[in-house]
Design a protein around this ligand. Structure first.
Ligand SMILES: Nc1nc2c(ncn2[C@@H]2O[C@H](COP(=O)(O)OP(=O)(O)OP(=O)(O)O)[C@@H](O)[C@H]2O)c(=O)[nH]1
Length: 424
């Protein structure tokens, strides 16, 4: 018998709903919400003022009590005062136009220099100005099957060791830290890290493919946006409003890669990308905050607790985690680096809006809701059109009871701004 007897006493259904402040963890027990019944529904405006309301700790009736002394707190956001004062490269307000890389004798000489070709020589794009939390180290064009393309930007930061990403749609959105000229860098260095404008054109001859010679490294050609070659690049289907669409998306391996029907994360990412392609501009900030910041391993444990009947919030708390351990300083820094201070944010999560605006210049001028596709279809009486087995992903729709439950918990306990279909 595979069942864990210690869990047999677990209630089949999670305790009654109530708003959970993000990072709530101290004094939590699975029964805590029973003794604290007044509603904190999603009409509440701000989470912080409620953080201290949930302090009754009814440990006497709690077999699975969370030890408050082991509670995990968010790391205090830290801004470094100066990243590297020894660097004094000029700061550019506009992207420095990268001239076409002509293979002149000078370029070849530069590219042939051992310093340039040495694999140990790196230009990290480390920022020179104070208070930079994140900076872009590389960017590359990613073509997609429908013929459109975006530029994937990779970021380093001062808060963690993770590689956070930005999917940038449209040529007008540039990374200041990437475009900044690094001391001693050559045009080839800039091309390698993606700090060019326009598009690169392949000019490496077949016979050069097997080895990277001094000459082949100098052959990429950057073409300025104004050049005629840009006519070959896909045009935006529409025009972006003055504030671009932005999605701040947290990593979800199971939902995005694993075809999980426990959540709609993959569907949301696809939809955000679709909308940005249609507008011809936008940014998906992709944060490596798997499982609302608890990590994939812990999220899998949370799924096991969810299979026992606990909801997503309580499962986190039972694992000694906050309901939501994510932070948004890196997202703020990435958006600032990309020059995006006025944004239309694709989200249902009011906490995300509050966090991204906090202590920053960034203003969410509009919230663009993300209605779960299956709920939209249900409301429109079209759910039967998606003839898929429960839990299957088809036609970009994730549906099923587990998804419904996950979404309802977001509405009831995390203030998410979506209406639950009347039939649920
Ligand atoms: N701990 C935990 N994390 C989950 C679970 N299901 C999904 N996640 C994570 O929740 C996060 C979802 O983040 P987002 O897509 O940014 O969505 P959100 O904050 O819910 O808000 P929206 O912007 O409205 O989508 C991802 O990090 C997922 O890995 C779960 O059951 N437990």
């Amino acid at each position: 018998m595979a069942c864990d007897i210690s869990m047999n006493e677990a209630p089949a259904v999670a305790p009654s709903a109530g708003y959970i402040p993000r990072n709530a963890i101290d004094h939590m027990s699975p029964f805590f919400f029973k003794s604290h019944s007044h509603s904190h529904g999603h009409a509440h405006h701000h989470s912080h003022s409620h953080r201290h309301h949930h302090t009754n700790h009814n440990s006497s009736q709690d077999a699975h009590s969370v030890n408050p002394t082991t509670s995990l707190q968010n790391p205090t956001p830290r801004r470094l005062s100066a990243v590297d004062s020894s660097l004094s490269a000029p700061t550019y307000n506009t992207p420095p136009a990268t001239p076409p890389l002509k293979v002149t004798s000078q370029t070849i000489a530069a590219a042939s220099s051992p310093a340039v070709l040495s694999p140990t020589k790196k230009h990290t794009g480390k920022p020179v100005e104070k208070d930079s939390v994140a900076w872009c180290t590389a960017r590359a064009r990613i073509p997609t099957p429908d013929g459109s393309e975006y530029f994937l930007h990779i970021y380093e930061n001062t808060m963690d060791k993770k590689e956070h990403l930005a999917f940038v749609f449209g040529d007008q959105i540039r990374s200041k830290s990437l475009d900044r000229v690094q001391p001693n860098e050559t045009e080839t260095d800039r091309v390698k890290r993606g700090a060019y404008t326009g598009r690169l054109v392949s000019s490496v001859q077949n016979e050069n493919q097997t080895s990277m010679t001094d000459t082949t490294i100098a052959t990429p050609v950057a073409i300025n946006s104004e050049d005629s070659v840009m006519e070959d690049t896909p045009k935006a289907a529409g025009t972006a409003a003055s504030a671009p669409l932005v999605r701040i998306h947290s990593e979800c391996f199971t939902g995005e890669i694993g075809h999980s029907a426990r959540c709609d994360c993959g569907e949301q990412l696809d939809e955000a990308i679709r909308l940005m392609k249609a507008e011809g501009a936008g940014v998906v900030v992709y944060l490596r905050q798997e499982g609302r910041g608890i990590g994939l391993g812990e999220k899998l444990k949370a799924y096991n607790l969810q299979d026992l009947g606990y909801d997503t919030v309580m499962a986190n708390l039972l694992l000694n985690h906050g309901a939501d351990e994510r932070t948004y300083e890196v997202a703020q820094a990435i958006l600032e680096d990309l020059g995006q201070n006025q944004i239309r944010l694709l989200t249902n999560n009011p906490d995300k809006i509050e966090q991204v605006e906090k202590n920053s210049e960034i203003k969410v001028v509009e919230r663009v809701p993300m209605m779960p596709k299956s709920w939209e279809a249900l409301e429109q009486g079209r759910l039967d059109e998606f003839e898929v087995k429960e839990g299957a992903v088809e036609n970009k729709i994730v549906k099923g009871k587990e998804l419904d439950r996950y979404l309802k918990v977001k509405v009831e306990r995390m203030r998410h701004l979506i209406s639950v279909p009347t039939s649920l």
